[in-house]
Design a protein around this ligand. Sequence first.
Ligand SMILES: [Zn+2]
Length: 183
Amino acid sequence: MIYDVLISAGHEGRPASCARFPQHHCNLGAAGERAWTPVVADAAAKILRSHGVSVVRLPADFSGRYQVDAAIYIHFDGSDPPCGSRASVGYPNKNDAVAAQAWRTLYQGYWPFGFQPDNFTTSLHQYYAYKQVVARDANLVLELGEITCPAQHAWLAPRLQWEGALLAYYLSALIKKGNVPKP
Ligand SMILES: [Zn+2]
């Protein structure tokens, strides 16, 4: 299936979808994460579509294979003890690093808590959905911050719609389609 952009909301649809995808290990995410990822994903998808960009908006687990210009899987990190993490980016291929750098540069202009190194966990580097997606410009897991850290949670909570708008701008600029303005 061919689209301009694929947007998956991390952990969305679980645990109901877990039985159909036992190979995905059914990680339910950090406390509160499953409520937030669809809000950001929906906001980004709505804006991109309103600018003529075709979007396939998926939950955590999905069947089939996709060919897109860019794919993002939206997450918020968790840490025990809290505040041991920050935002981060994961990707499978060396050429995704260019798009990852562009996202960090953009997000850093607003996000005050910094980034972990790219691919700092196995699940970032070997995310289960990468193998279902061929992405021309970017195939990225985006951890937008650590939801279990009170200071990061407080910064993120009122900005979920804005996160979606920033992602729509980023994706539009990346694939050079839609001319979505900066929020
Ligand atoms: Zn997650």
